[in-house]
Design a binder for this molecule. Structure first.
Ligand code: C2E
Ligand code: MG
Ligand code: MG
Ligand code: MG
Length: 276
């Protein structure tokens, strides 16, 4: 897996101040600066069919910190959520993703899956903003997939937003499926196109081990005619298991790490070349 070398190592984000409140204030200030200063980067993690065909990528946010290096979202998304900065950050991510779909990826039918926070979804103008992005044109709305996680904050208003989004032609995915309190109820109430089977369900799969919950969720997705993306595929035996269960799509370190945009684009060019 030579491509793995292209992915810079992630460093933990450690604020200089110790106390929690000060941390929050400091990180908030730094995040604000980072937005102005364009320190955020999109990484793309390829998604494949069970047959190994590249279908698209999940867009994952990274913070190219001037001193600390590349910071993973686990260290700043919560702070961004708490301060409300997740809104402008989230829109920035969406805009960048759309520019990729309209630009370098325009000649493909690859999808981009963007993580959307509940705060964004409950914004009054979320729908209008998505509409404005789609009106830029140059790509089919189906190629934009919005990933949402189950949340206790979900409101009836959000269900309407999701219905309206689907009417715009955008696809919806339930992220980290199965890890929340009421995933099945979510599935009943939310009109989605895709389920992302959480990593936790295939973690138990070793050589010859069964994973009955994963099997059941995959079968359920099939019954409901939903695409199922297995997250966190790390081993050959997990891949084998998922193929046996006829999971539709896979994503995970075993197949590809999240990678800088250029690396992803080069991957496509290479595939095009070898296909000739
Ligand atoms: P997620 O949406 O569930 O994304 C999948 C996470 O699993 C990513 O972590 C990805 O790098 C990681 N992953 C993928 N394959 C494997 C694997 O085989 N093994 C393991 N151990 N991990 C794997 P990442 O990039 O650190 O992102 C963490 C979370 O941060 C995401 O979870 C998502 O909830 C959030 N996030 C990332 N970007 C954004 C964004 O633009 N907006 C919002 N609101 N949240 C974001
Ligand atoms: Mg996600
Ligand atoms: Mg996930
Ligand atoms: Mg997750």
């Amino acid at each position: 897996h030579a491509r793995q070398q292209a992915t810079p190592a992630l460093v933990p984000y450690e604020p200089a101040l110790g106390e929690w409140e000060l941390q929050q204030i400091q990180i908030e200030r730094e995040l604000r600066l980072a937005l102005e200063d364009e320190q955020f980067r999109l990484f793309l993690q390829p998604q494949f069919t069970a047959a190994g065909e590249l279908r698209g990528a999940e867009v994952l946010l990274r913070w190219q910190h001037p001193e600390r290096g590349l910071v993973a979202p686990g260290y700043f998304i919560d702070h961004a959520e708490r301060s409300g900065l997740i809104r402008p950050m989230g829109y920035w991510v969406l805009e960048q993703a759309v520019e990729l779909l309209r630009g370098p990826l325009a000649s493909t039918d690859l999808t981009l899956s963007v993580n959307v926070s509940v705060q964004q979804l409950s914004d009054d103008d979320f729908l209008t903003r998505i509409e404005a992005l789609l009106e830029k044109g140059g790509f089919s709305p189906r190629r934009l997939v919005l990933e949402i996680v189950e949340s206790l904050l979900a409101t009836p208003g959000m269900v309407m937003t999701l219905c309206a989004l689907r009417q715009l032609g955008v696809q919806l995915a339930l992220d980290d499926f199965g890890t929340g309190y009421s995933s099945l109820r979510y599935l009943q109430e939310f009109p989605v196109d895709e389920i992302k089977l959480d990593k936790a369900f295939i973690d138990p799969v070793q050589h010859g081990t069964d994973a009955p919950l994963a099997r059941s969720i995959i079968a359920m997705a099939r019954t409901l005619h939903l695409r199922l993306v297995a997250e966190g595929v790390e081993t050959a035996s997990q891949l084998e298991f998922l193929r046996q269960q006829q999971a539709s799509m896979m994503q995970g370190y075993y197949l590809a790490y999240p990678e800088p945009i250029d690396t992803f684009l080069a991957r496509r060019e290479l595939q095009a070349c070898s296909a000739l």
